[in-house]
Structure formats: C-alpha cells, structure tokens
Design a protein around this ligand. Structure first.
Ligand code: SIN
Length: 543
C-alpha cells in the first residue's frame, strides 16, 4: 500500500509566497529566475544548492547551433532514440526553442568551450547524426551551467531555503496551495513547516537511487514523483529508466554514485571492446559505438552474457594525452582516482542507472494533472524522451520547459479559479517506512528490475516491495521519508515494467525480446484512495 501522505508532525511555522520552486538543478534555477515576473518566488532545495544532478552532467547540452544543423535534424534524432513513444509536438518545442535557451544561458554568464573560430565548440554523442553538443570545461558542462545560474540566483533576491525536504502538497479546493517541508535549519525555520503559495513547481530531479549503482547523487530519491502521485497527479513512462552504457566498473559490489564516462569520449573517437580487444559494436548498428544509448547498453549486456565477462572496456588510447587532459579533465581525474590511466589502458565500464525518461506527466507548459502543480526537468514527463532519452537532451529539456512554465504562470495565476474540491472518499492512512527499507528497495530493484527484466523477476519484485510496505515506523525522520518515497517510486516502476510485455528503448524484457506495435502507447499510473497503484494503458495519439 502506498501512503496518500507522509506521516509528519504538524507544521511549526508558516511562510507565505506566490510561487514555490522545489529543486536547484538547471530546471529549478531557470524557472525560479524567470518566474519572478509572476510573483514572489521561494526556492527550496533538499541539500545544498549545487548538490543535485546538474553539477555532475558531463557531456553537454544538445541544440542545433551550427549553421549546418537544424532543429528538424535534431527532432529526427530525438524521435529515433525515443523508439516511437516521443510526443512529436513536445519534441518540436524542445528542438526549436532549444537554441535560444542555450543562447540565453550564455547571456546569463555560462561559458561554453569554443573552437578556434570563436564559435561554441560542438561534439557528438550517441544517437546524434550531427555534432550538436555544446560543452563547458571540457567535460564539466553541468558544473559550469550550475555556477552561472547560481550566481544569478544569489543576485536575484530570491529567497532560498537549503536542507529542505518537501514532504507533501497542501491542497485547497482541488488545487495546489503550497507544501509541507522539513528543514534542517536553526531558529524559526527548523523542523516541519508549511510554505503557502499559489503555484508549486517540481524540479526535484531523478530517482537513480532506487538502484544500488547509479550515476545519480544521493539526493536523487524520486521525491517529486512520489509527492505528485500522493497529491493525485498522473505519472507516466516510469518503466523507461535509462541505463548509461559507460559507467566506470568498480567491481560487482559497487554501490552509490558511480563515475560516469561521458558518451562524448566516444564522440571524440574512443570505442568499446571486449576482454579480447574486439570491437563488438561494429555491425550491430549503423552508428556502431555512437548508436543510441539503449542499443549500446544492450550490446554490452549481451556481450557480457555471451563471454561471461564482468564488464566491457572503453578504449580511448587513440585520443592521446592532450585530448584527455583538455577535453576530459574530470573523467581523467576520476580514472586516476581509481588507479586507471585511460591514456594507456582501456577503462572497465558497465551500464548503470542514469536517467528517468518518464515522470510526472505534464502538458507543453509544464502543467501536471493537478491544478497549480507544475513539473520540469527529470521529474517531469513532458513527452520529449519517449522510451529512451537522446544524449544531452536533459539539460536542454530543463531549460526549455522551465522557461515555458515561467511564461505560463502569469496568466495561469491571474485565472486562479479554484478547480473544484479535493477528492473525498476513504483515503488510505499515512504509513511511514522504516529507514532500513531504503537498502532493501535498492537490492530488490537491482536484482529484479534493472537493465534486464523478465516476468518472474518483476513478479518477485512486486511481491518483495509489497512485503516491505509492512515495515513501518512511527518515527518521522528524513531517512524514513526518503525510504517511503523510494519505495513508492520503485513500486511505480515495477507496476509499469510488469505491464509492458515488449522490449522498447530502455525497457528490456528478456521474455518479450521484440518491440510490439500493440504497445505503441503509454502506461499512466495514479494512486487510488485505497493506496493501490493503478496503471492504465493509453494508446499513443499519432499527430
Ligand atoms: C554523458 O555525458 O554521456 C551524459 C549526458 C547525458 O546524460 O545526456
């Protein structure tokens, strides 16, 4: 059973504002900066301002910035990567507004790497037929974007609360009216409080911590998806958890955040080999090592199964010491930290959980199915990723749809009509899970619902998760709230993964190894009053 709200003490303090932005990655920061035209903005973030996933983004931001490229070509590559499940209109928004959004980022102070001609330097990554990935600091794009936006936030007068875990939505007459939150602060804003507002924007990032090994930081526990579900919002495409193909292999028992080896390394000429040194991507896909991410991850897993190898290897010796030092300083340092010299030896790599292509369902303006609640960035499902996100479309999505929410807000708030009353009926009571559930959820998801899935494994996962729901605690604390959120998100993933009896994009069913036309639609989940997840199939509307 999934709780309809988290157990928490009554709020001990209250703040009044107009717009609450939750999360301080690229999506949250851009939305907060732009939303000021619609009213007072409060930015709350779970840890420190730059503790989210954005800071770790390496490869860059995809946008048709070169005169030889076009939004139309970017659209085509995005649709191909999404394997039939992208929303064409959302992708068109992404690729046509993308170049302007990147130019605005540059105006805001983000310094992208430039070529000798002074233009923004562009690289390639998997699934892109053109060089269209803008990068910064070589392989530290997210850190630079974060730096530039945070500098603006600091000058903006926007109120910021750090170490604030948002618990639940406050509802009034059927619409979002603020949030309850727990702040590890001091003085008047310590403990559980309430922030009242007319609009709430979720920009809480991803859910990679559902698995034992992930590229995501510790804060990525799916809080936004869980909160939205509890508030009555629809979530969709959750079965499509993208596994990045080249994450440094640190041994079979590796846990927590793993070092990412950007696809841009392959974009600059590195390639995958097996233990014998053979290039196994050749002949598997016309783009070989630069095939879309799901194709490469599957090829690595297939090679490992065929040969019994524990990992694949990324051979970047042909890049030479200068390219490693100048283009990939972050990755070089991570390799060195783990005793690997990528200039002279291949890097052991394995696929690991990286990105949720699904999330809280939104329209083209970031509006969720709950009036007054918006979502952007990884927590959202705008429809641009379909079954498999194209490389470096994630920062872009945060930028483009964050801007769109800010654009929609003034009119939405002016209309501000109560949308009816909150749903009544018997509502499952709160149940908070014991903090120890966190590790057990990760174990279940890693062994039964990871990169390779099958019916019996997913059934076992569903059973194990149902059993974990009984491990409750009466003591609210951050670890218990996070464990409950992780369990909710894991249950959503498993419910959708069990239903989808086909292999498509990043959802790989060993027992249904092919894509099936009958599954060319979305799985949409909501939470029933009795605490059960309902997952309905919705055929895709073809435009
Ligand atoms: C990478 O640099 O390979 C990751 C970029 C992304 O997730 O799009």
């Amino acid at each position: 059973m999934i709780p309809r709200r988290l157990t928490a003490p009554d709020p001990g303090w209250t703040i009044d504002t107009d717009i609450i932005v939750i999360g301080s990655g690229v999506a949250g920061l851009v939305t907060a900066l732009r939303a000021r035209t619609a009213g007072r903005v409060l930015l709350v973030t779970k840890a420190l301002l730059d503790d989210g996933s954005t800071r770790w983004a390496q490869g860059g931001i995809a946008a048709a910035l070169h005169p030889d490229d076009s939004p139309e070509e970017h659209l085509r590559d995005t649709l191909t990567a999404g394997v039939g499940l992208c929303d064409d209109e959302a992708v068109r928004v992404l690729v046509t507004e993308g170049p302007d959004a990147v130019r605005e980022l540059i105006e805001l102070g983000a310094e992208f790497d430039r070529g000798e001609d002074g233009r923004v330097a562009l690289t390639r990554e998997g699934g892109h037929l053109k060089r269209r990935i803008a990068h910064a600091g070589g392989d530290a794009t997210g850190a630079e974007v974060s730096r530039a936006l945070l500098a603006k936030i600091k000058d903006s007068g926007i109120e910021v609360i750090e170490h604030a875990l948002v618990l639940d939505l406050l509802m009034e007459q059927g619409r979002a009216a603020g949030v309850t939150l727990h702040v590890m602060g001091e003085g008047r804003r310590d403990g559980v409080g309430a922030a009242r507002a007319r609009a709430v924007i979720l920009a809480t990032g991803g859910l990679g911590q559902v698995f034992q090994a992930t590229t995501n930081p510790e804060v990525s526990t799916g809080d936004g998806v869980a909160l939205a579900l509890r508030a009555g919002a629809a979530v969709t495409d959750l079965e499509f958890v993208q596994f990045h193909p080249t994450v440094m292999w640190l041994g079979p028992d590796a846990k927590g955040r793993q070092p990412l080896i950007s696809e841009a390394v392959r974009g600059e000429g590195a390639y995958l080999i097996d233990e014998r040194g053979d290039r196994f991507m050749a002949g598997r896909h016309p783009l070989a090592d630069l095939a879309p991410r799901d194709v490469v991850a599957k090829a690595i897993m297939a090679m490992m199964r065929e040969t019994g190898a524990p990992c694949a290897y990324l051979d970047g010796r042909n890049l030479g010491p200068r390219t490693w030092a100048n283009r990939f300083p972050t990755i070089l340092a991570a390799c060195e930290e783990h005793g690997i010299d990528p200039v002279h030896e291949p890097i052991p790599v394995i696929p690991a959980a990286h990105y949720a292509s699904g999330g809280v369902r939104t329209d083209l303006w970031g509006r969720t199915s709950v009036p007054g609640l918006y979502a952007c960035g990884e927590v959202a499902c705008t429809g641009v990723h379909g079954a498999n996100r194209l490389a470096s479309n994630s920062l872009l999505e945060g930028l483009v749809f964050g801007r769109r929410i800010a654009e929609a807000l003034p009119a939405d708030l002016a209309a501000d009509a109560p949308a009816g009353t909150a749903s009544g009926g018997a509502v499952a009571g709160p149940a908070l899970l014991d903090p120890s559930v966190h590790a057990d959820v990760q174990q279940v998801m890693t062994s039964c619902a990871g990169v390779l899935r099958n019916g019996p494994g997913l059934e076992r996962a569903a059973r194990d998760l149902a059993a974990l729901a009984d491990r409750t605690t009466g003591e609210p604390c951050t670890e218990a709230w996070e464990a409950t959120n992780l369990h909710t998100v894991a249950s959503l993933i498993v419910a959708a993964a069990r239903r989808r009896e086909e292999t498509r994009g990043s959802h790989w069913r060993e027992d249904f190894p092919d894509a099936d036309e009958n599954w060319l639609g979305h799985l949409v989940s909501t939470l029933a009053d009795d605490g059960t997840i309902t997952t309905d199939y919705e055929p895709r509307e073809l435009s």
